[in-house]
Design a protein around this ligand. Structure first.
Ligand code: ADP
Ligand code: MG
Length: 602
């Protein structure tokens, strides 16, 4: 039952053990407590016989109390001493049982919560170091479930496995010992009959469970239908879709009830069926006991003890048969977690460190394709931005502009060909942290953290940041004007991902964050595209402040925002198709001119 079918599982298990390697003492104490627990239970079952046989002795002699003959209620003489001690023994045993149970539960929980804690932290920290290309492939839900659910699963499964293996394993052996010590003949009968019935019960049970599961799988539609309506509430109202939605829901709702009734019926049938079949075992054992050859050696106490032990055996046996499945579940969860932990982190082999670069950026014939993709996202792109200058990238969506930004920050690894240089040094020669600290990136999606505005502006700022610095950055970003109107000013909590702020306000916080960072290189990737012209004008001043004295690469959707860039590149299908400044590009009368005319209507 406890075999480890493949060597892979053995490796995973060995690795899992390393997480509790320093908890050997607790492991041993818990294991001992589990063994003791099982033995106490067995002792209790063993004592049933003397309690009955000696407490209500089966010798039909009249008892003599103080010389007077009296018949007790059973007409039997009883050894009242046994019955007088019995309560103390019973209570004592249960106290012991409770104590061992507490020690074992505490110990096992201690170990499993430690595993969860360590593993979670490890998974979390590792995700922080994973490359963007890996995150592109994964769904956030999948990753979150690895941090929360899978780690928990591992601990629960391995805790259960441990408890079952030790406590239930010892129980079965001890119970069998109790039975055989009383009557090996009846024990043999039981050992033949019970498993036979057990097989029948489990076959019937499996079938019934399968049916229930199929029905359960068919449910869950109610959630989906409600979710659709709740999420789309506004749309339903404006299109007057109440009737449609209500009818759709009624259908799902009714179907759900049918399924529930089916499930209840199957369950209502299954329980009594299993009970009736099980009673066959009991009947067979009682019948066996009535046979002459057995009957002679059985006393009431033995028979009662045997039946109790037989019933007591069922639970640990059940647990042991489930052991492998439980263990496999734990190993599967373990495998997925280890797989994540083993995913290579971002490559970070560069060693060049520099306090502050001047900010000369150069792409030399760069070609790049995304992992597992044939198509080139960038095709022999060359560009150069000198310190303090502004380069603008324009082009249709999907042309490769953001890819250029992602390569400068080394979000993606290998280039197909070419080189990207910062201050004349290949960016791959910088340490990742060093390189990224030189760059401020403001994009269309602003990520705000569940914290105060001040802390969001100072997010991950290296070193101490003063209040004055935050205010200065917020003022330069033209964010102070709306921050001041908030109830707690800079200390306003903005809630999960800043839901209470408008797009323009979020954008200005992002700009303030970039200003505070004071990095020599600035990348604006459609930073203002989501805004209306008015907000954009307000933010533009903030952006102009941000761009001062920095090398800037500006990706813009609206051409009006980049007219005075030092150079403008038009990108199409990963290639630079035109380059020049606003004036010269208009004169070329090519793609830029066409885009310009589209936006300004002639
Ligand atoms: P732009 O920013 O100009 O709109 P992108 O640089 O985002 O364009 O995209 C350029 C091309 O690369 C597109 O064809 C896009 O489908 C592809 N692409 C962008 N990001 C990824 C990614 N993470 N994985 C695979 N392909 C991508
Ligand atoms: Mg883009």
């Amino acid at each position: 039952m406890t075999k480890m079918p493949n060597p892979r599982n053995r490796d995973i298990f060995k690795r899992l053990l390393t997480y509790v390697a320093d908890l050997k003492g607790i492991f041993i104490i818990s294991a001992l407590a589990l063994v003791a627990y099982a033995i106490v239970d067995a002792t209790f079952l063993y004592l049933i016989r003397p309690f009955i046989d000696e407490g209500f002795a089966a010798t039909p002699t009249p008892s003599i109390v103080d010389g007077i003959e009296v018949a007790n209620t059973h007409g039997f003489k009883s050894d009242s001493n046994v019955l007088k001690i019995a309560p103390f023994i019973v209570i004592g045993l249960f106290i012991l049982r409770g104590f061992f149970n507490f020690v074992a539960t505490y110990g096992v929980s201690y170990m499993s919560t430690r595993v969860v804690e360590t593993m979670r932290q490890q998974v979390f920290d590792h995700i922080l170091r994973l490359p963007v290309s890996f995150m592109d492939k994964m769904s956030p839900g999948e990753l979150i479930s690895k941090v929360t659910y899978d780690t928990e699963q591992i601990a629960r499964a391995s805790g259960n496995t441990l408890v079952t293996l030790i406590r239930d394993g010892v129980s079965v052996i001890a119970y069998l010992g109790v039975m055989f010590s009383m009557s090996w003949k009846l024990s043999l009968c039981i050992l033949i009959i019970v498993p036979l019935i057990g097989v029948v019960v489990s076959v019937v049970n499996k079938r019934l469970r399968k049916v229930s599961r199929q029905i359960q799988n068919a449910m869950g539609t109610v959630t989906a239908a409600s979710e659709q309506m709740i999420k789309g509430h506004k749309n339903v109202l404006i299109f007057g879709g109440q009737k449609t939605e209500s009818a759709r829901f009624a259908k799902v709702n009714k179907y759900n009830r049918y399924q529930n009734m089916k499930l209840a019926t199957v369950q209502a049938i299954s329980q009594p069926t299993v009970m009736v079949i099980s009673s066959l075992a009991l009947g067979a054992v009682i019948y066996a006991a009535s046979l002459d050859s057995l009957h002679d050696e059985l006393t009431a106490g033995i028979f009662a003890a045997m039946l109790s032990t037989m019933l007591a055996l069922l639970q640990p046996i059940k647990n042991l048969t489930r052991l492998n499945a439980e263990f496999q579940r734990g190993m599967t969860a373990c495998a997925t977690v280890f797989e994540l932990i083993d995913t290579p982190a971002e490559k970070d082999e560069g060693t060049h460190e520099v306090e502050r670069v001047a900010g000369d950026i150069k792409f030399d014939n760069v070609s790049f394709s995304y992992p597992e993709q044939e198509k080139l996202a960038l095709d022999q792109v060359s560009l150069e931005v000198k310190q303090g200058r502004t380069l603008a990238l324009v082009g249709r969506s999907g042309s490769g502009k953001s890819t250029i930004a992602s390569l400068i920050t080394r979000f993606y690894g290998e280039l197909r060909e070419g080189q990207i240089m910062l201050d004349g040094i290949d960016i791959h020669d910088y340490s990742l942290k060093g390189l990224r600290s030189q760059i401020a990136l403001v994009s269309q999606q602003v990520t705000l953290f569940n914290d105060t505005i001040a802390n969001n502006i100072a997010y991950a700022y290296p070193g101490e940041v003063t209040r004055e610095q935050v205010i200065e950055a917020a003022t330069l970003a033209y964010a102070m004007e709306f921050i001041e109107r908030l109830p707690d000013g800079l200390d306003t909590e903005i809630g999960e991902n800043g839901v209470m702020l408008s797009g323009g306000q979020r954008q200005r916080i992002a700009i303030a964050r970039a200003i505070l960072r004071n990095a020599p290189v600035l990348i604006l990737d459609e930073a203002t595209s989501a805004l209306d012209t008015e907000s954009e004008k307000a933010i533009q001043k903030g952006l102009d402040n941000l761009r001062r004295n920095r090398t800037s690469i500006v990706i813009a959707h609206r051409l009006s925002t980049i007219e005075n860039a030092d150079e403008i590149l038009v990108i199409d299908q990963g290639k630079v198709v035109e380059r020049g400044n606003h004036k010269s590009l208009l004169e070329q009368n090519g793609m830029y001119a066409k885009l310009y005319q589209m936006q300004f209507g002639g």
